[in-house]
Write a protein that binds this ligand. Structure first.
Ligand code: ADP
Ligand code: MG
Length: 322
């Protein structure tokens, strides 16, 4: 049996990228980093608790990936370049194969995004993981939720809804005949892709941005509330993946896209005057983004379907008018 310090040394002392701006990482009472001059630091934190944010029995690889991916997603939504992370880990026991798998997945993702793990805390208790991450942005260039204005176009990255269907599959609440679609959807929940490159490219382009963690409709409501306007979404424009359409059909797929969660896609707005620049950015390979509607005067989120208009309320939405 190894001591706590040996385990930290083995699995966490060198996790992630090696960065020249880390003067002291894991090993002292605190880490010392050297932020570049004339930049702002964006600081985010998110916890994953077993049984709440992931089902009991989820693989250590998925947990390690998601704990860091959800924080990378928050930095992406702010337009920040990720740099440093802290990990507070509460474990029921020192299970080395589990730690190895967790650290491997977390390390792979952190190296891909040039993030260095610079410290943390390790305690015994029910499984829970809190990651704190810091990112860098030029002064005044961060993306905020409150910058949208009526008339701005609304975009979303990737294909929302996949992750919620993947979780439903993991929990045996959904059964899908096509094994290939089912696997794609499960992976979208277990190993979400934080849209860091999209977030960076949106600096100076987007007027407002939020990452979709609680469902597109609900998170759009938050962006609208912060921006002091409403939104109209064209249900037919929602980017539905082939896997999701195949698995549950188009109608239900739109419902997953609007009310599911854990997508970690970016939902953002672009002023009409910058739509040309946005189109150019997409042509240059910005990434998978789709226009789904517009901000409008007033408040609330309305979704236009062939059958009529639906009004969002809290977590879900209900029929509003024909
Ligand atoms: P202290 O008692 O001074 O708070 P700890 O014994 O908790 O220090 O941690 C020793 C060192 O290991 C510190 O640098 C701390 O940041 C780091 N550390 C502890 N747990 C983790 C972890 N899960 N991941 C990364 N670093 C960790
Ligand atoms: Mg100390």
């Amino acid at each position: 049996m190894q001591s706590e310090f040996e385990l930290i040394g083995k699995y966490f002392a060198n996790l992630g990228a090696k960065r020249a701006d880390v003067r002291i990482g894991v090993g002292d009472d605190g880490a010392i980093v050297m932020p570049p001059a004339a930049r702002e630091l964006v600081v985010v934190t998110d916890s994953l608790v077993e049984g709440v944010h992931f089902p009991v029995g989820t693989s250590a690889a998925s947990i390690g990936h998601r704990a860091f991916a959800v924080n990378l997603s928050d930095l992406a939504a702010m337009g920040a370049e990720p740099a440093w992370a802290l990990l507070a880990l509460t474990l029921p026991r020192a299970d080395e194969p589990w730690l190895d798998e967790f650290a491997r997945a977390a390390g792979d993702l952190c190296r891909r995004h040039d993030v260095a793990l610079i410290g943390g805390d390790t305690t015994r208790g029910p499984l829970s993981i809190t990651v704190t991450m810091m990112g860098i942005v030029p002064i005044g260039m961060a993306l905020e939720r409150g910058g949208g204005q009526a008339g701005d176009a609304i975009f979303v990255s990737g294909s929302p809804g996949d992750s919620a269907a993947g979780l439903a599959l993991e929990q045996n609440r959904l059964h899908v005949a096509d094994a290939m679609s089912a696997q794609i959807l499960r992976d979208r929940f277990l190993f979400p892709t934080p849209r860091c490159e999209v977030g960076l490219a949106l600096r100076g382009l987007a007027s407002a941005c939020i990452d979709v963690s609680d469902g597109l409709g609900g998170d759009l409501e938050k962006l609208c509330a912060a921006s002091g306007c409403g939104a109209e979404v064209d249900a037919a424009a929602l980017p539905i993946s082939d896997a999701l359409a195949q698995a549950v059909g188009r109608e239900l797929a739109r419902e997953y896209a609007l009310t599911g969660g854990e997508d970690y896609e970016l939902l953002f707005t672009v002023p009409l005057a910058r739509l040309g620049a946005m189109t150019n950015a997409i042509a240059r390979g910005l990434g998978p983004v789709t226009r789904i509607g517009s901000l409008v005067p007033g408040g609330g989120v309305r979704v236009f379907t062939r059958g009529g208009v639906m009004q969002f309320s809290g977590a879900g939405y209900d029929h509003f008018a024909r």
